[in-house]
Design a protein around this ligand. Structure first.
Ligand code: HEM
Length: 463
C-alpha cells in the first residue's frame, strides 16, 4: 500500500494555510527542496499536493489521467460553474476545448494570417509609448493584448472603442488586497461570507456580472448582423455550431451550450490577456534593468530586420537571443507561478505515493524554474544560459509556464506569437532605461498572477 507524500506538518486545523499570504511559491519551493518533488500539506481541511519538478508534473498530468479536474469550491465565484478554465474534465470539457482550438485556429491562432493584426496592435502600442511614457506602460500593454483577443473573439478591437469594457478589464491589473484573499477561499470556501472574504466574493461576482453584460451586448450585435455562411469570428462560429446541432440533440444539451458562450468568451479574455501582458511587462523591466542584455538583443534585431520595422515569427530561427530573452523572462517570472489548480477526481497514486480523492494539485512552476539543482545562479536574469556553444537556442524542458498535459494552456501558440512580435516591435523602436536613481523591486507581487510592482521606465526612440 503506497504511503502519503512527505511534507511539513503545519498547525492544528489550519495546517500550512497561515503561511500562504506572501510568495507561497517561494515557501513551497523550500519545502520541496527539503522533502522532494511530490509533497503533500494540509491547508485547512484540504490535502494539497505540490509538484516541484517537471518530471512530477509529467507524471501527474501526462501519465496520470485522474488529476485533471479543477477545484469547484471557492472558485465558482469567478466562473459560475461554466466556461472552460474552471470546469471539470469531462466529455463536455474535451468538446469545448476542441471547439475553441479549432475556432481560434480558423481565425488565425498559430497561423501567419493573424500576424499582421498582432503587428498592427504592437505598432499602435509603440505609437502610444511615443506620445506618453512613464508608469502606465503596463496598462498600455494590457490593452494591446486585450485587443488581440478581442479581434479573434468579437471581430474588432473592442477596447479602443468600448471605454466601459476597457475600464472594467483594467480593474484586473489594479493592485488590491481582495484578490490576494481569493486564493485562501479555494482551501476554506466556507469563509466566503465572512468579512473580509465576503468583500472578495462580492467584488468577484460584480466583476463577473459586469463582464457578462458587455459580452452579451456583443453576442446580441453578432446575432443581428451575422451571415451563417461567413463567420467573422469566434462568436459567429459558436452561434453556427448551436444552429448546426439544434435539430440533432436533446433540448437540455442545447440549453447548456447556449449558456456556455458568454462564460467561454469571458475565459478567453481572462486567461489570455493578463498572462501575456504581464510577461511582456516583465520583459520590458528586465531589459531596462540589464542594459547589456538589451544591447545584445538590439544587435540581433537590427541585423535580422535590416531597415524594416516589422518583425515576423518566421524570423524566429534567426533570433536565438530573442527566444532566450523570452524563455528567461518566463523562467524567472512565470505569470502563473502556481499554474492553475487541479483536483484529484478519485483516489490515485503519483510517483509511488497515495493521493486521496479531492486533493488539490498545484504545479509550482516558479519553484521548478528557479530550482538551483537545475539552474546555476537562478536569481540572475541571464538569457545566455539558453544559448549553446554554437549560438543556437536551447528549449528547456524545465521551463513550463503553460504547464503540460490535457489541461495545459489552450492559447499558448497565440501567446508565443504575441510575445515575440510585441517584444521585437518594442525593442526595435525603443531603448528602455530606468529613471536615474530608481531600481525597481524585481520580486513582484504574487497573488494568483505574479505581476511587477508599479514601476517607471523611460523609452527613448531608436528608429
Ligand atoms: C504568457 C501567456 C500565457 C501563459 C503563461 C498561460 C498559462 C496557462 C496555464 C499555466 C494554464 C493552466 C494549465 C493547467 O491547468 O494545467 C492555462 C490555461 C488556459 N489558457 Fe493560458 N496562458 C497564456 C496565454 C493564454 C492565451 C493568449 C489564451 C487565449 C486564447 C489562453 C487560454 C487559456 C485557456 C482557455 C486555458 C484553460 C485550458 C483548460 O482548462 O482546458 N492562455 N494557461
Amino acid at each position: 500500500m503506497p504511503g502519503s507524500p512527505p511534507g511539513p506538518r503545519g498547525l492544528p486545523i489550519l495546517g500550512m494555510l497561515p503561511f500562504m499570504m506572501s510568495y507561497p511559491e517561494r515557501l513551497m519551493a523550500d519545502w520541496s527542496k527539503k522533502h522532494g518533488p511530490v509533497i503533500m500539506v494540509k491547508m485547512g481541511p484540504k490535502n494539497v499536493v505540490i509538484l516541484g519538478s517537471s518530471d512530477a508534473a509529467h507524471a501527474a498530468f501526462v501519465k496520470n489521467t485522474h488529476l485533471a479536474n479543477r477545484p469547484q469550491d471557492g472558485l465558482e465565484i469567478f466562473a459560475g460553474g461554466k466556461g472552460i478554465l474552471f470546469i471539470n474534465s469531462s466529455m463536455f470539457h474535451s468538446e469545448q476545448r476542441r471547439f475553441c482550438l479549432s475556432a481560434l485556429r480558423e481565425f488565425g491562432m498559430g497561423r501567419r494570417t493573424l500576424e499582421p493584426k498582432i503587428v498592427d496592435c504592437a505598432a499602435m502600442l509603440c505609437d502610444q509609448i511615443d506620445d506618453v511614457c512613464g508608469d502606465d506602460i503596463e496598462q498600455m500593454i494590457y490593452v494591446t493584448m486585450s485587443n488581440v483577443i478581442s479581434h479573434l473573439v468579437f471581430g474588432h478591437d473592442s477596447l479602443n472603442d468600448n471605454k466601459g469594457l476597457c475600464e472594467l478589464l483594467l480593474r484586473t491589473i489594479e493592485p488590491n488586497k481582495y484578490n490576494a484573499l481569493a486564493g485562501i477561499l479555494m482551501f476554506l470556501p466556507s469563509l466566503k461570507n465572512v468579512p473580509p472574504f465576503s468583500t472578495t466574493t462580492r467584488r468577484a461576482i460584480e466583476f463577473r456580472e459586469d463582464l457578462h453584460r458587455y459580452i452579451k451586448m456583443e453576442i446580441d450585435r453578432h446575432r443581428a448582423s451575422r451571415d451563417p455562411n461567413q463567420p467573422r469570428d469566434f462568436i459567429d462560429k459558436f452561434l453556427n455550431e448551436i444552429e448546426k446541432i439544434k435539430n440533432n440533440v436533446k433540448g437540455e444539451i442545447l440549453i447548456e451550450l447556449k449558456d456556455q458562450l458568454i462564460p467561454l468568451v469571458r475565459d478567453l479574455f481572462m486567461a489570455g490577456t493578463d498572462t501575456s501582458s504581464t510577461t511582456i511587462t516583465w520583459a520590458v523591466i528586465f531589459l531596462a534593468s540589464f542594459p547589456d542584455v538589451q544591447t545584445r538583443l538590439h544587435e540581433e534585431l537590427d541585423s535580422v530586420l535590416g531597415q524594416s520595422r516589422t518583425p515576423s515569427v518566421s524570423m524566429e530561427d534567426k533570433m536565438p537571443y530573442m527566444r532566450a530573452v523570452i524563455q528567461e523572462t518566463f523562467r524567472m517570472r512565470p505569470p502563473l507561478p502556481l499554474s492553475v489548480p487541479h483536483v484529484a477526481q478519485c483516489n490515485t497514486t503519483l510517483m509511488g505515493y497515495r493521493v486521496p480523492k479531492d486533493s488539490i494539485i498545484l504545479t509550482n512552476t516558479w519553484g521548478i524554474q528557479n530550482n538551483p539543482k537545475f539552474w546555476v545562479d537562478p536569481d540572475t536574469f541571464k538569457p545566455q544560459r539558453h544559448i549553446d556553444d554554437l549560438g543556437k537556442f536551447i528549449k528547456s524542458p524545465n521551463v513550463i509556464p503553460f504547464n503540460i498535459g490535457t489541461r495545459n494552456c489552450l492559447g499558448q501558440q497565440l501567446a508565443k506569437m504575441e510575445l515575440f512580435i510585441t517584444i521585437a516591435s518594442l525593442c526595435r523602436r525603443f531603448w528602455f532605461t530606468l529613471p536615474t536613481g530608481e531600481t525597481p523591486d524585481l520580486k513582484g507581487e504574487s497573488t494568483f498572477i505574479l505581476r511587477p510592482f508599479p514601476f517607471n521606465v523611460v523609452a527613448t526612440k531608436r528608429v
